[in-house]
Design a protein around this ligand. Structure first.
Ligand SMILES: [Zn+2]
Length: 362
């Protein structure tokens, strides 16, 4: 919907690409060691950016082609020392919901604002209502050292980022000395429902690397220009975001997000065939379901499902099997009586499709 082109890039690449991107200079410690393939140094991919730049550069571009938005649910590998690994928050292999937008200076403001709005859209979906956008700016002392030495470009892009945020009415704080090497960036701090703070999203402007990669487009006057590049990863890595969500919901996911949405609990072996039918009906409706066919008593099965924090339990006995019913039980709500299976499926599907976040309280 947001007009991105999906791409896919390789996990292994020649070292020369990461020399060009500067990763080997600045980032080698966080990369896995090289491997020798037919006398050439190869690395596992530490970041998707240089690969997307290569895709942009594969064909000549004119101003009419811009903006080019490349997105990838890309796998990256980082060498974290074993002492630094931490649950889902710091891992060695990660999936990034990553994208790069190549645009002209005139398009920049709209593109940047669209990305910020996409963040807010996601936060709304997940019920994250406490967040802060932090705009990291350069400082003059860092020019030529910490920051690429282009004072005018810094002033100009920082002003445009600020304007975009103001136009979009997006609350933010500005922090000097927190920019990326190649341009201003936005970090988003979010607070989980239980009050823990996380840094999730980043959105960075890049006016240095496109030049280094020789990325160009021809403008209206037939002149060669360098595009700006926006790096964005709104939900951080998949792993870190799932880690955040577990905290955010205290392990009690709303139905639409739960890994197992429904447990089917037959009261005895006699109704196992009917229980399987119920399982199949739910699966066909696209609902994530688990059938507990163990010989335990139904009370024990309910306790297990509660421990697994499964949102919906459908208990089936002989009476239910006779006329296609299920006894509905929901976490935090208890027993809700016997209902027709079809009605329950319809109701659950609606709840999942509308991504209701607040089942605990309603
Ligand atoms: Zn990037």
């Amino acid at each position: 919907k947001a007009a991105y082109q999906r791409v896919r890039t390789p996990h292994l690449t020649k070292g020369s690409l990461y020399e060009k991107s500067g990763h080997l200079d600045h980032y080698r410690d966080a990369m896995y060691p090289s491997m020798d393939v037919d006398g050439i140094e190869y690395y596992v991919k530490p970041m998707n950016c240089p690969h997307h730049h290569k895709i942009y550069a594969a064909r000549p571009k004119s101003y009419r082609d811009l903006p080019v938005r490349l997105s990838e649910y890309g796998t990256c590998y980082r060498y974290e020392k074993s002492g630094q690994l931490f649950g889902l928050m710091r891992v060695r292999s990660m999936q990034m919901n990553d994208a790069h937008i190549y645009c002209t200076k005139d398009q920049f403001k709209d593109e940047f604002l669209a990305v910020c709005k996409m963040y807010l859209y996601y936060f709304d979906i997940f019920g994250i209502d406490k967040y802060q956008l932090r705009l990291g700016l350069h400082d003059a002392e860092g020019l030529g050292k910490k920051y690429i030495n282009e004072p005018e470009l810094w002033q100009q892009t920082e002003a445009e980022v600020r304007e975009a945020l103001q136009e979009g009415n997006i609350d933010h704080v500005e922090i000097s000395g927190e920019a990326a090497f190649y341009g201003p960036k936005i970090d988003v701090q979010v607070w989980s429902a239980i009050g823990k703070e996380f840094t999730l999203a980043t959105n960075q402007v890049d006016f240095a690397i496109p030049k280094r990669f020789g990325l160009t487009f021809t403008d209206e006057g037939g002149r060669e220009q360098t595009p700006l590049c926006i790096h964005r990863a709104p939900l951080s890595t998949h792993e870190r975001f799932v880690g955040f969500l577990i905290e955010h919901f205290g392990g009690d996911f709303p139905l639409w997000l739960a890994p197992v949405q429904v447990a089917v609990l037959p009261v005895s072996d006699k109704v196992i065939d009917y229980a399987r039918n119920v399982e199949t009906t739910l699966k066909e409706a696209g609902i994530r379901v688990q059938l507990n066919g163990q010989p335990d008593k139904v009370g024990a099965k309910i306790r297990q499902a509660e421990l697994q924090r499964i949102n919906v339990m459908l208990i089936v006995g002989e009476k239910e099997a006779q006329d296609n019913r299920v006894a509905l039980r929901r976490r935090f709500k208890g027993d809700l009586g016997t209902q027709l299976l079809d009605d329950v499926v319809t109701e659950l599907k609606t709840e999942i499709e509308t991504r209701r976040n607040t089942y605990r309280t309603n």
